[in-house]
Design a protein around this ligand. Structure first.
Ligand SMILES: Cc1ncc(C[n+]2csc(CCOP(=O)(O)OP(=O)(O)O)c2C)c(N)n1
Ligand SMILES: [Mg+2]
Length: 357
C-alpha cells in the first residue's frame, strides 16, 4: 500500500506595492490620483483614530479598544472596492472599513465606550452590528449572499473574520453553504498572525487560509494584506464575480496585528520585539507614502496638512461622542428577552428604584 500523501495546495501571494514603495506595473490596477489620495487619507485617518482611542482608554474615557494598527491596507483596500449597495458584515476590528464607508467616528467610538447604540448603524442599513462571537458573522454573510442570489440582486456581501475564526466550525459551514448556494459573498480573512495569544502556527498546519477555500469549491487567494493595491484588486474582482452571480470567493489578507489584541491584553508577554519590528518594516501606510512621494503626488507639507486636519476632525468627533447623553442604565435589560424572566425583572425594578432615589 502506498503511503497516503497529504497534499498542500500551493498558495500564491498577490503583491503589487512593495515595502520600498515600488510597484509591479504589470499588476497595477487602474486607479487615478484621486483614488490613491483617498486610500491614503483613509489609512491615515484609521491610524490617527487608533492612536487617539488608545489614549482615551488610558485616560479612562473609553471602555476598551481593539487596535487595528498594521491592518489599515487590508481594510482600506476592501472598503474602496465596495459599492454603496454592498453589505458589510464585520467582526470587531473593522473600524477602518466603517470609517471609509462614512460611518461617523463618534458613532464608532460610542460602541467602545460600552454604549450599545454604537453597535448598530441605523443610517447604514447594509452594515451589520459588530460581532464579537468569533466567526459567527461568516454565516450571516453567507446567508445575505444566498438571499441576493435568490433575488438576483446585483450586489454582494463582504464578511470579515480573523485567522482565529478559521478554526471555528462557523467558518467551514459558511464556506460550504456559500459555495453550494452560490452566495454573492466575499469572505475576507485578515490573517494578522495572532488570535489573542495563539499564533497562526497553532490554527492550522497548512501555510495559508486561502487554500481552505478549495475544499469547498470556491476560489481562494492570498494577498499581501499590507499592500493596499493587492487587496483592492483581489476584492474588486471577487466582488464583480459575486455581484454577477458567479459565486463566492475567499481572500486571505496576510498582515499583522501591530498592537495588543485589545487594551485588556499585553502582547509583549507572548511575542518578541523582533517579530513586531520585522513587521514595522512592512508598514502599509509608509509604503503607500513612499509610492506617492515617488510619483510626485505627495510631499511633507501635504503630510503635515493632512495630519492637522485629521487631528482636528478626531477632536471634534471625540467631543460629539462625549457629549451624547448616556443611555438610561435600565436599557441593559431591553434586548435579550421578549418577556423578562422574574429574576431579571426584580433586578430591573431594584435598579429603577435606585436610579429614582
Ligand atoms: C466563540 C468565541 N470564542 C472565543 C472568544 C474570545 N475571543 C475574542 S477575540 C478572539 C481571537 C480572535 O482571533 P482572530 O479571529 O484571529 O481575530 P483578531 O482578534 O486577530 O482580529 C477570541 C478567542 C469569542 N469572542 N468568541
Ligand atoms: Mg487574528
Amino acid at each position: 500500500m502506498p503511503r497516503t500523501t497529504i497534499y498542500e495546495a500551493q498558495t500564491i501571494r498577490l503583491q503589487i506595492l512593495m515595502p520600498d514603495g515600488s510597484v509591479d506595473r504589470s499588476l497595477m490596477p487602474t486607479v487615478d490620483d484621486g483614488q490613491i489620495l483617498a486610500l491614503y487619507r483613509g489609512m491615515a485617518t484609521m491610524r490617527a483614530v487608533d492612536e487617539k482611542a488608545l489614549k482615551l482608554q488610558r485616560q479612562g474615557r473609553m471602555g476598551t479598544w481593539a487596535p487595528l494598527r498594521g491592518q489599515e491596507a487590508a481594510q482600506a483596500g476592501v472598503a474602496h472596492a465596495l459599492e454603496p449597495e454592498d453589505w458589510i458584515v464585520p467582526a470587531f476590528r473593522e473600524m477602518g472599513v466603517l470609517i471609509m464607508r462614512g460611518v461617523p467616528i463618534h458613532h464608532i467610538m460610542t460602541y467602545w465606550v460600552g454604549d450599545s447604540r454604537g453597535a448598530v448603524h441605523p443610517d447604514f442599513p447594509r452594515i451589520l452590528p459588530t460581532a464579537v462571537p468569533v466567526g459567527s458573522q461568516l454565516l450571516h454573510g453567507a446567508g445575505i449572499g444566498m438571499a441576493m442570489e435568490l433575488r438576483d440582486e446585483p450586489h454582494a456581501a463582504v464578511a470579515f473574520a480573523g485567522d482565529g475564526a478559521s478554526s471555528e466550525g462557523d467558518f467551514h459551514e459558511a464556506l460550504n453553504f456559500a459555495a453550494v448556494f452560490k452566495a454573492r459573498t466575499v469572505f475576507v480573512i485578515q490573517n494578522n498572525q495572532w488570535a489573542i495569544s495563539v499564533p497562526f502556527s497553532k490554527q492550522t498546519v497548512v501555510s495559508s487560509i486561502a487554500q481552505k477555500a478549495h475544499a469547498y469549491g470556491l476560489p481562494g487567494i492570498q494577498v499581501d494584506g499590507n499592500d493596499v493595491f493587492a487587496v483592492y484588486v483581489a476584492v474588486k474582482e471577487a466582488l464583480e464575480q459575486a455581484r454577477a452571480g458567479r459565486g463566492p470567493s475567499l481572500i486571505e489578507a496576510f498582515t499583522y496585528r501591530m498592537g495588543d489584541h485589545t487594551t485588556a491584553d499585553d502582547a509583549s508577554r507572548y511575542r518578541t520585539k523582533e517579530e513586531v519590528e520585522s513587521w514595522e518594516a512592512k508598514s502599509p501606510i509608509a509604503r503607500l507614502r513612499l509610492f506617492m512621494t515617488a510619483q510626485g503626488l505627495w510631499d511633507q507639507a501635504q503630510e503635515e496638512n493632512l495630519r492637522t486636519e485629521v487631528e482636528g476632525l478626531i477632536e471634534e468627533e471625540v467631543r460629539l461622542m462625549e457629549s451624547r447623553a448616556p443611555l438610561e442604565p435600565g436599557s441593559m435589560f431591553q434586548h435579550m428577552y421578549a418577556d423578562l424572566p422574574w429574576n431579571l425583572k426584580e433586578q430591573m425594578e431594584s435598579l429603577q428604584a435606585e436610579v429614582a432615589s
